[in-house]
Design a protein around this ligand. Structure first.
Ligand SMILES: [Zn+2]
Length: 352
C-alpha cells in the first residue's frame, strides 16, 4: 500500500489517445506542388538527401523498428471468475448507462452503482461492483462512447465483494490507479475486509486482491484532468467507508456531487455495534458529516437507496427537469441512516 503523499512507481498508465500518425499525413499525402525554379530544385534535392540520411540512421539505430508500427495500446479486459451467491444474479441485472449531470454518468447495474466521471484528460470510476459486474461496467462505459483504455483512476467507497470485486480486473485491463481510504486500501490489498469490519465473519465476503492501492487521507483530493475528487471519510458500515465528492458542470452551472457510502448496518452473525460505544459514536458522527456536506446531487453504492429508477422515470416524463438535482438529498440520506442505526441498536438491546 502506498500511503498518502507517496508516488506511484513503475506502473505505466495506458493512454489510448489517438492512433499515432505514422504516414506523415493522410495516407502519406503528396508533397505540395511547387513551380520548378532553381530554388525549389535545390530544396527538393536537399530534402531527398536528408530523407536518405534519416532512413539510414533509423535502420542503423533501430533494427526492430518494424515492431513500432503495431497498433496503440488497447485495454484488454479479462474478468475474474464470478462471485457466487443466492442473490448475485439479481444484483447484477444489467442497466442502461445514463448521464446523471454534466461529466457524471451511471455505469452500474440495476442494484449496484458504479459512477463514471469524464474529465478532459481521462476517466475516473467509483466502485467496481462484483467480479461479474465489471464486464457490465466495461460495456456501459463503451456504450456511452468512452474508451476503457482512458480509465485512469478507480475509487472504492468500501471494500466488500459487491463494490470491490470488479476492481482488480479493471485495474489489470487499464493500468488505472486504484485509490481508497487508508483502512479500505489495506482490505483491497488483502482481498477481504479488515478484522474490525462488521462483516469480517461472513466467509464469502471476499474479492480479488488489488495490488498497490493508493491510500488517500480524509479531506485529500486527487485530480484527473480538470476534475478534482475529494475523500470524505465516513466510517460506519466499514472502518474504511468513504464518500467521494467533486463538482460537475453543465454550461456555467456547477453542482456539488457526492458519492456517499452506505449506512447499512449489515454484519456477520454475532457482531454487536453496542459492544463498542466508540464505534457507535463514530457511526453517528459519519451520518452527521454526510448530512452537512455541500451536496446538490447524491449518488450511493445502492441505486435503490437513492431511488434511481423513480428519478429516471420522472426525467423521462419531464425531460426539462433533472430529479437527480436535490440539495436536500444528503440530509435525507443521513436521516435514513440514523433510522437504520437506531433500529439496529434497539434490536441489539432487545436481544440481550
Ligand atoms: Zn458492504
Amino acid at each position: 500500500m502506498r500511503l498518502p503523499g507517496q508516488d506511484r512507481v513503475g506502473r505505466p498508465l495506458l493512454k489510448s489517445g489517438k492512433k499515432p500518425d505514422l504516414t506523415g499525413g493522410k495516407g502519406g499525402a503528396p508533397l505540395k506542388r511547387e513551380s520548378m525554379n532553381l530554388k525549389s530544385v535545390i530544396s527538393l534535392l536537399g530534402r531527398l538527401v536528408l530523407a536518405f540520411l534519416g532512413a539510414a540512421a533509423v535502420i542503423a539505430c533501430t533494427p526492430s523498428a518494424k515492431n513500432e508500427t503495431s497498433s496503440p495500446a488497447q485495454a484488454v479486459f479479462e474478468p475474474d471468475p464470478p462471485h457466487v451467491c443466492d442473490f448475485c444474479e439479481r444484483l447484477n441485472e444489467p442497466m442502461a448507462p445514463f448521464q446523471v449531470y454534466g461529466n457524471t454518468y451511471y455505469v452500474g447495474t440495476a442494484m449496484i452503482s458504479s459512477v463514471l466521471i469524464a474529465s478532459d484528460d481521462g476517466l475516473v470510476l467509483i466502485n467496481g461492483g462484483m467480479t461479474q459486474t465489471a464486464p457490465r461496467i466495461v460495456d456501459n462505459i463503451e456504450a456511452l462512447g468512452f474508451s476503457l483504455a482512458d480509465l485512469k483512476l478507480i475509487f472504492n467507497s468500501h471494500p466488500h465483494f459487491d463494490h470491490a470485486g470488479g476492481i482488480a480486473a479493471l485495474e489489470r485491463a487499464t493500468g488505472a490507479e486504484v485509490a481508497a481510504s487508508i483502512e479500505s486500501a489495506k482490505a483491497l490489498e488483502m482481498g477481504h475486509p479488515t478484522e474490525d469490519d462488521p462483516q469480517r465473519g461472513i466467509e464469502d465476503n471476499v474479492f480479488p486482491a488489488v495490488p498497490d492501492v493508493r491510500a488517500v487521507k480524509d479531506g485529500e483530493a486527487l485530480a484527473v484532468g480538470d476534475v478534482k475528487i475529494t475523500a470524505r471519510y465516513m466510517p460506519g458500515h466499514t472502518p474504511g467507508s468513504a464518500a467521494w465528492t467533486w463538482r460537475s458542470c453543465e454550461e456555467d452551472r456547477c453542482l456539488d456531487v457526492v458519492f456517499a457510502d452506505t449506512f447499512s448496518t449489515r454484519s456477520a452473525p454475532g457482531f454487536r455495534f453496542t459492544d463498542d460505544p466508540e464505534r457507535v459514536e463514530t457511526f453517528r458522527n459519519s451520518i452527521a458529516k454526510v448530512a452537512g456536506l455541500p451536496c446538490d446531487i447524491l449518488l450511493a453504492p445502492s441505486p435503490l437507496s437513492i431511488d434511481v429508477e423513480a428519478k429516471l422515470k420522472a426525467r423521462e416524463e419531464d425531460p426539462e427537469t433533472n430529479p437527480f438535482i436535490d440539495p436536500d438529498a444528503c440530509r435525507a440520506y443521513a436521516e435514513a441512516g440514523t433510522g437504520r442505526l437506531e433500529k439496529r441498536l434497539a434490536e441489539e438491546a432487545s436481544d440481550q
